[in-house]
Design a binder for this molecule. Structure first.
Ligand code: SF4
Ligand code: SF4
Ligand code: SF4
Ligand code: FES
Length: 275
């Protein structure tokens, strides 16, 4: 994994032409096809993609059809190339994306009523968007919650193994406190070495998690996301002036979140499409 841009910043990428849903589009050669598609204003579902680092390609939602390929292609990991003919809509794509949602939900707990992410969850949104109502053979992982850290709790029953928490901690924050580990037959996110997490507790892993797998020990089970008033302010801890969002109920500060929690995770479409 690496920070964006995916193309080498020292080499000016060639400008190419491709066709998306019948429209001729220009883009930089080699950038993520997802960025090019979203730069046209189209919203293709995606759960593991985040504009701050290279695509991970694990969730299977960002499918598009590319002329010459028999099966749908994951647009986040596919590179835009000259002459590509791409289709982003159609019943075949809807059904393929729906299958991906069903696969995630087939090992997912029925936690929505008590989940911190309820109402702000990409998996929930995808289930709604694709009308997933019936899951044959659904199983539960029954993984005990990891509450060993001072601030963050990890509920790996809800994790969709998108890797965003690990990648933002490693590639954007340069801290690298998290990793995947195979435990109890499942891929789980753990602190490095499977020790209790002891980091800066910046909360960005929680912010980018598309589901409710990482929660704040002190604010979970208290309010739903839509019950809290969000006020953007500037952190005064150091001189960097990072923006943060203070979430309050009446006059009580319930939690502080990062703009990454609320900003469009796919970034500024017109910018990203330029590569
Ligand atoms: S992570 Fe999303 S889908 Fe899963 S229980 Fe929480 S709100 Fe529901
Ligand atoms: S809280 Fe920040 S430093 Fe700690 S694991 Fe999460 S992203 Fe990394
Ligand atoms: S904890 Fe969240 S961000 Fe991390 S891999 Fe699981 S679903 Fe993705
Ligand atoms: S967004 Fe492309 S595979 Fe997840």
């Amino acid at each position: 994994m690496a920070l964006k841009p995916a193309t080498n910043p020292d080499v000016e990428a060639a400008t190419i032409e491709l066709t998306i849903d019948g429209r001729a589009i220009t883009a930089k050669d080699g950038v993520s096809l997802y960025d090019v598609v979203s730069g046209t204003g189209k919203i293709v579902p995606a759960m593991c993609y985040h504009y701050t680092f290279d695509p991970f390609g694990s969730c299977g939602m960002c499918l598009v059809m590319v002329e010459g390929k028999k099966a749908p292609v994951r647009s986040c990991t596919a590179k835009a190339t000259a002459g590509m003919v791409v289709r982003t809509e159609g019943d075949d794509l809807f059904q393929a994306r729906k299958k991906a949602v069903e696969k995630h939900l087939s090992v997912h707990p029925l936690d929505c009523p008590v989940c911190d992410a309820d109402g702000h969850c990409e998996l929930q949104d995808m289930a709604f968007l694709h009308q997933v109502t019936n899951l044959a053979n659904a199983k539960q992982k029954l993984i005990p919650e990891d509450t060993r850290s001072l601030v963050l709790d990890f509920n790996m029953n809800r994790c969709i193994a998108c890797g965003e928490c690990i990648n933002i901690c490693k590639d954007v924050l340069m801290i690298d406190a998290l990793q995947f580990a195979k435990k109890g037959g499942f891929t789980q996110v753990v602190a490095k070495g499977d020790q209790p997490l002891a980091c800066e507790f910046c909360g960005d892993c929680l912010a980018v998690c598309p589901v409710g797998a990482i929660t704040n020990k002190y604010s979970k089970y208290r309010y739903k996301p839509w019950q809290l008033k969000k006020t953007t302010t500037t952190c005064n801890y150091c001189g960097d002036g990072c923006q943060m969002i203070v979430e309050t109920k009446d006059r009580e500060v319930v939690r502080v979140t990062s703009p990454l929690s609320w900003k469009n995770k796919w970034g500024d479409r017109s910018e990203t499409a330029k590569g």
